[in-house]
Design a protein around this ligand. Structure first.
Ligand SMILES: [Zn+2]
Length: 380
């Protein structure tokens, strides 16, 4: 399924190609997130135009609403949302452990209450794989347990044990035609647990491997560490996916550490509050500085928003709560994340990734939150 085309000689960056039932995906790749069968505020034509190769859907949310009967009658998720390219579906493990009110963790899954209407539901390996089979995603994820980043050691160990057992059960379930399945490595920031989980999953020979238990509220240094202690235990000939990450600079850092796939709600989430991302960092369009700034969000950007609208106009739309404002910032932000991946792939192919990496990080201003986390880590 995954072909490793080139490895950067100075970093761990990789150039690759994923073959799925709905087409090829060039890696490193950013996957826009369409949790509820929609990448928020963007339609399939816009996604195609900005070069989207693959999007994400979500088992937990789609199972609650619209529900499996409707998705089955629609002929699967691709047809339901009119998206012909590849789709990866998350298993719902993350949402059960973060959104739902858990009643009981049982040997074969979790009993929980829906965050929408409080109804009592059950999701385990068998159910998660059946839902993903009906959705017909190109890549299904195993049902895992994702504990909080500060969960006690005993809880982290139990989560790893369940994740391994449930991965084995997922592997045995029926799949949609051509559907691939990725394992998910848990273990928090504990190197021994990460190694144990990775080795057990690799022995089950999944089509690819995700690093889970990141982007769960941990500071950036801890996130990077979780990736660094997991990556050496993953096979070179399978795709690696860091779940729920990250900012442009974090994605570049992770690519340099050997990660191939990313998904993040950031580009569309921050767009809704009028925050735009560029190659040098994020900025709030609402700022008075942009009142009469008649340049585009980012100079040289080929996205629809930058080709047609000025910062001053978009600032006005955002302040007036006009839907077009949040739509256009979503277009720019999503386009930027995809564009950076195109630049990364060209740099790895051309043998200049190490230089690209240095330059990118040197020019990118991280958010105040990330800077504070780094200061805390170094004790400054
Ligand atoms: Zn743009």
């Amino acid at each position: 399924m995954f072909e490793l085309l080139k490895t950067d000689p100075q970093t761990k960056a990789r150039l690759g190609k994923l073959t799925t039932a709905h087409g090829l995906v060039e890696t490193p790749v950013f996957m826009p997130v369409g949790t509820q069968a929609s990448v928020k505020a963007l339609d399939p034509r816009e996604l195609r135009e900005m070069g989207t190769q693959i999007i994400l859907g979500n088992t937990y949310h789609l199972n609650l609403r619209p529900g499996l009967d409707i998705l089955r009658a629609a002929g699967g998720l691709h047809k339901f949302m009119n998206w012909e390219k590849p789709i990866l579906t998350d298993s719902g493990g993350f949402q059960v452990f973060s959104l739902a009110k858990i009643r009981k963790i049982k040997p074969h899954g979790v009993e929980f209450r829906s965050h929408l209407d409080g109804s009592l539901l059950f999701l385990g390996p068998k159910e998660a794989m059946e839902i993903q089979r009906v959705l017909g995603s190109d890549i299904a994820m195993v049902f895992d347990e994702c504990p909080a980043h500060d969960a006690p050691a005993r809880e982290q160990r139990l989560a790893v044990e369940r994740t391994i057992r449930w991965a084995g059960e997922c592997r045995e379930q029926p799949r949609a035609d051509g559907q691939k399945v990725f394992g998910i490595v848990q273990g928090g920031s504990n190197a021994a647990l990460r190694e144990e989980c990775a080795k057990a999953l690799v022995a089950m020979d999944f089509d690819g491997y995700a690093i889970g238990g990141v982007s769960v509220g941990e500071p950036e240094p801890e996130m990077l560490k979780a990736i660094e202690i997991t990556e050496p235990h993953l096979p070179a000939n399978k795709a690696r996916y860091a779940m729920g990450l990250g900012t442009p600079a974090q994605m570049i850092e992770l690519i340099a550490r050997g990660v191939d796939m990313f998904d993040c709600v950031l580009p569309t989430r921050i767009a809704r509050t009028g925050t735009a991302v560029t190659h040098t960092g994020a900025f709030a369009l609402k700022g008075a500085a942009y009142k009469t700034d008649f340049g585009p969000i980012e100079e040289g950007c080929e996205c629809f928003a930058c080709r047609h609208f000025t910062r001053a106009y978009l600032r006005h739309l955002v302040r007036a709560n006009e839907i077009l404002g949040l739509r256009m910032v979503s277009v720019h932000n999503s386009h930027l994340f995809l564009k950076i991946m195109t630049e990364v792939r060209a740099a790895i192919a051309g043998g200049t990734f190490a230089e690209f990496y240095r330059e990118f990080i040197a020019h990118y201003t991280p958010s105040q939150k990330v800077l504070a986390q780094r200061r805390q880590k170094t004790g400054r």
